[in-house]
Design a protein around this ligand. Structure first.
Ligand code: C2E
Ligand code: CA
Ligand code: CA
Length: 772
């Protein structure tokens, strides 16, 4: 395709040649009428072709715009052909004639085209049109009182001729006006072609005015100097069309505010007209065109004001709406949510209508962001927003309060809220499909209800309660709907007291407490202040201790150490899992080395969060830690806490295979607790499966549960996996799990988790007991 710059150079060359031709012709004495006419006709052809090409490369309004210019040019070219015919075959060119009708197709087409060009910003086309009317009428008023009225008075008897010769300058006034109005409002991507087009229109206007003036005195003939304007106009339109096509291939601009020119432009000619007209003698002011134009102008100005005010109001409404919605998901934001919440609280007091807040937070959202990128994270949030909206089914407000926190305002009491909550649980059972990734996301859901019997409950307190319930669900990894109860608060405050030394802000979502807690946690991780306690595992047949599991603790300066569920959610949320895993491995192997030196060799299992398993560097890290201490690979076992297997199963597989290749045992943790699928047992390269406490707990009272456990144990054995039962708390359960075929037991019944030194003493005393 031809570049705009090439077309421009070509056009400039043709223009110079054309000017030479005219000048030479005039110097000759006899203008080169025929050649001149032929050249004019020839020049319309590329103009039409380029406009047609531009139209073809565009869509919608822009296509129509270039098409109407092409048609206008076609009309103009036809006019030229007819004109040439007259000039060659008639003694004098008739005026007005059919050629004039053809010529006038161009201003109409161009005007239409300009109005079709896209305008930047929010202003309506109606306002554009009004601006055009105001400018055109102002210009008309000026030209009427200054030029046309005197011409009219000195008129020839041929009224039609006068009208037609007026049609040229008037149509040019309109066209110029529209071009100006459109140009100041154009979006920058088509400004170049519009500028060229406007320049072309200006050239035409000059020549048309000259033509009107000359024909009035029957002094025009082809080859006149004014012909240069038309040639220039045609060439400029040709280049404009080339530029327009090139512009269409570029990307469109985002929202741009129209410049100030668009505000004052219509008023400048109005002001000029007012001054010029006011300076005229009274009889001129009383001519009909002046009166009509003045009336229309007044109406147009009023209508424009009205439109401007209306557009401003719409804009305000749009801005207000945006200020109350989350741009990513389109859900309500905190401001709108609070507004609705306060309103609902008022209704509760005045009309006794209960309401509830459902607080939702995604588990491990940060992992998605970190591992799959922010775009996928954004997609996920949008998908979550959509599912939540479906859950309220039009009644109630769904808001995104920040990151991955969502809140629902539900009309109705506890029943309604739980219904919505259960719908949400269900809605998240399906994995999300995100640009090639299949992702199972779990929400933590908390509910707080404001019934009519607690008149003093404030909106903020209700919100805090819902968050507290949600946070409690998150800590215990509860997958249902957690309804707030006052005990939760006590528990939270106790935890806070342990962390802050006083009852502070709860470690809820986004509170001061979280920030403080997070700061302390970061420090604790950096300084390796987290410790491990060890819980023994026993062979159910030989009753020998066959290993220990390292469990994380966060010691507090005063009070009890915090359990993992109290700070692991924070670790995961803030991407500290990698450092924690590293620290756990180091510490577990340090302790194992200390036991080894004391003559005790007991394999230690560490918990590794599933997504960390996808870290391809893990096997090398572990191998180095082992060899640094001269420990054998059997000293370590890895338990995968499988909350969320990210879809990078290929990588996960490769890491697991590498670990096992290096001689390290791999176990699947918490089997039967919810996510675990039997397919994991089949597909993943593992050695051991740990049955979750909740899976085993009902077997004493429920024969069917026992049958399921037996079936899973049998299956695991077929697949050559060792079966470990967790959370065995009493002798009866211990006996039954042994009977069901489980291999290894772990739980308070056999022994609670203890610090490393104590574990050593325990093993040594047992060894002593066994030998005596
Ligand atoms: P888990 O891997 O299933 O660990 C067993 C949990 O059950 C431990 O809780 C343990 O104290 C508890 N437990 C043991 N026997 C019994 C019993 O007979 N009855 C009852 N009710 N509970 C028993 P803990 O130490 O609070 O750990 C909770 C979870 O935190 C762990 O569950 C594990 O998923 C996670 N975790 C602990 N340490 C680490 C770690 O170093 N890294 C990672 N990623 N996760 C860890
Ligand atoms: Ca474990
Ligand atoms: Ca477990």
């Amino acid at each position: 395709m031809l570049k705009t710059s090439h077309v421009a150079v070509g056009a400039a060359t043709v223009f110079v040649a054309y000017v030479m031709l005219i000048l030479v012709g005039r110097a000759h004495g006899a203008p080169l009428t025929v050649i001149d006419d032929l050249v004019s006709i020839a020049l319309t052809i590329p103009a039409i072709v380029f406009c047609a090409i531009a139209a073809r490369s565009m869509r919608g309004r822009m296509r129509l715009a270039w098409l109407s210019i092409a048609i206008g040019l076609l009309g103009w070219g036809l006019g030229e052909v007819i004109w040439m015919h007259y000039e060659l075959h008639l003694p004098e060119v008739p005026f007005p004639s059919i050629a004039d009708a053809a010529y006038l197709v161009l201003p109409v087409g161009a005007c239409l085209a300009l109005l079709l060009f896209p305008v930047a910003g929010t202003q309506s086309r109606a306002r554009l049109l009004l601006d055009g009317v105001i400018v055109a009428l102002s210009l008309f008023l000026v030209s009427w009182v200054v030029i046309l009225h005197p011409l009219y008075l000195a008129e020839t008897p041929d009224r039609l001729g006068f009208a037609i010769s007026l049609a040229y300058p008037i149509s040019d006034i309109v066209l110029l006006t529209v071009a100006g109005v459109v140009l100041v409002r154009s979006s920058s991507d088509n400004r170049l072609s519009l500028t060229l087009l406007t320049a072309g229109v200006v050239c035409f206007a000059f020549s048309d005015s000259g033509f009107a003036y000359l024909t009035a005195g029957h002094r025009y003939a082809s080859g006149d100097i004014i012909d240069i304007g038309w040639a220039a106009g045609l060439l400029l339109i040709t280049v404009a069309a080339a530029a327009g096509r090139e512009g269409a291939e570029r990307q469109r601009d985002a929202f741009v505010l129209p410049g100030w020119a668009s505000v004052w432009l219509p008023y400048a000619p109005l002001l000029v007209a007012a001054f010029v007209v006011a300076a005229q003698p009274v009889p001129v002011l009383q001519t009909r065109p002046v009166i009509i134009a003045a009336v229309i102008l007044a109406v147009a100005v009023l209508a424009r004001q009205f439109l401007a005010v209306r557009e401003n109001r719409q804009l305000m409404a749009a801005v207000a709406d945006q200020a109350r919605h989350d741009p990513l998901t389109g859900l309500a934001n905190r401001a709108l949510f609070n507004e609705r919440l306060n309103h609902a609280m008022q209704l509760r007091i005045h009309e006794g209508l209960p309401l509830a807040i459902v607080s939702i937070d995604l588990n491990d959202f940060k992992l998605v962001n970190d591992n799959l990128g922010h775009l996928v994270g954004d997609d996920l949030l949008i998908g979550v927003g959509r599912r939540l909206r479906n859950c309220v089914r039009g009644s109630g407000t769904v808001a995104r309060l920040g990151g991955d926190e969502f809140s629902l305002l539900v009309a109705g009491g506890a029943d309604a809220a739980e219904r919505v909550g259960n719908r949400i649980v269900k809605a998240f059972e399906e994995p999300f499909q995100l640009s090639g990734h299949e992702l199972l996301m779990r929400p933590s859901i908390g509910v707080a209800v404001a019934d009519s019997d607690q008149p003093h409950l404030a909106a903020e307190e209700l919100l805090r309660r819902a968050d507290t319930a949600m946070y409690s669900a998150k800590r215990s990894r509860y997958r249902g709907v957690q309804v707030y109860n006052p005990d939760m608060r006590l528990l939270d405050d106790a935890a806070d007291a342990a962390v802050f030394g006083a009852a502070g802000d709860k470690p809820g979502v986004g509170g001061v407490g979280t920030v403080l807690l997070l700061g302390k946690l970061r420090q604790a991780v950096d300084r390796a202040e987290l410790t491990l306690v060890y819980q023994p595992k026993f062979d159910l047949r030989t009753t020998a201790m066959v290993g220990v599991e390292g469990l994380l603790r966060w010691p507090q300066p005063e009070g009890d150490a915090l359990a993992p569920e109290e700070f692991l959610p924070l670790v995961r949320r803030h991407g500290l899992m990698g450092s924690v895993t590293q620290m756990v491995i180091t510490r577990a192997l340090d302790d194992a080395l200390a036991w080894h030196r004391a003559g005790v060799d007991v394999p230690v299992a560490v918990n590794v969060f599933a997504p960390s398993i996808a870290n391809a560097g893990l096997p090398a890290i572990i191998a180095k830690e082992l060899s640094d201490r001269g420990l054998r690979p059997e000293a370590l076992e890895v338990e995968i806490t499988e909350d969320l297997f990210l879809d990078s199963t290929e990588r996960t597989r490769a890491v697991l295979e590498q670990l096992r290749h290096n001689g390290i045992r791999v176990a699947i943790d918490d089997f039967g607790s919810g996510y675990s699928a039997l397919s994991y047992l089949r597909d993943l390269p593992i050695d051991e499966v740990k049955l979750d406490r909740s899976f085993v707990a009902p077997i004493l009272t429920d024969a069917r549960a026992a049958a399921v456990v037996r079936a899973v144990v049998d299956l695991a054995h077929v697949l050559d996996l060792t079966v470990v039962v967790e959370g065995v708390e009493d002798a009866a359960t211990a006996a039954l799990v042994r009977e069901l075929g489980c291999d290894i037991g772990q739980g308070f019944y056999y022994g609670a988790p203890v610090p490393p030194e104590e574990l050593l003493r325990l093993v040594q005393s047992q060894a002593k007991g066994a030998s005596t």
